[in-house]
Ligand binder design. Structure first.
Ligand SMILES: CC(C)(COP(=O)(O)OP(=O)(O)OC[C@H]1O[C@@H](n2cnc3c(N)ncnc32)[C@H](O)[C@@H]1OP(=O)(O)O)[C@@H](O)C(=O)NCCC(=O)NCCS
Length: 163
């Protein structure tokens, strides 16, 4: 049975000194990051820095008081946003959480009134490829050497209808 979870937003001005969760969340995220991504692709070292950037946000899924997954997004311009990370810890995968996190991040991007959401994904990451395609993303191009000299990425995009 799927574990229930709550998707929350990490607030940038949070700090452990004000009695909230920033440190715990970042530690949990970094732990998952280290398990699921090779070193060169992992944001483990620079996560705090990334999160404190102005045009970036992190949504995390909490299950039983622990972070079970997260999605990072950024809106570098008023036209375009990007999903910069998506991960669900192994023991919680295949329960619909990845889809829920991605939908929540897309909604956040939509609220920014951008026209397009982009992302990069290693074509060999079949679960992620399937999830992105299922969520309406289309392949734009293959970016050679994106992750490392021998690891390419698909650049994918999702356009919002003008309304
Ligand atoms: C990609 C990832 C976030 C999916 O999370 P998840 O919680 O397992 O995904 P969901 O349960 O919401 O599944 C949604 C869809 O993803 C696809 N999918 C998920 N796991 C899959 C698997 N093992 N094999 C094939 N497709 C899979 C399916 O299309 C699935 O829809 P379905 O259940 O109707 O078949 C998770 O596998 C993960 O963290 N992987 C490692 C990190 C990663 O690759 N991140 C993306 C980097 S760009």
């Amino acid at each position: 049975m799927a574990a229930k979870g709550e998707i929350l937003e990490l607030k940038r001005n949070s700090s452990s000194s004000s009695g909230n969760n920033w440190d715990r969340i970042v530690n949990d995220v970094v732990r998952i990051e280290k398990r699921l991504f090779p070193k060169h692709e992992s944001l483990a070292k620079s996560f705090e820095e990334e999160l404190r950037k102005k045009n970036a946000g992190l949504l995390y899924l909490e299950v039983d008081g622990e972070v079970a997954g997260y999605v990072m997004y950024a809106w570098p311009s008023s036209l375009c946003a990007s999903i910069t990370k998506l991960a669900v810890k192994e023991s919680c995968q295949r329960q619909g959480h990845g889809g829920s996190l991605l939908r929540a991040a897309i909604q956040k991007c939509r609220e920014r009134k951008v026209q397009r959401v982009t992302l990069h994904v290693d074509p060999l990451r079949a679960p992620a490829m399937n999830l992105y395609k299922k969520s309406g993303f289309q392949v734009d191009s293959l970016v050679r050497g994106y992750y490392s000299s021998d690891r390419d990425a698909y650049r994918m995009f999702l356009d919002f209808d003008a309304d």
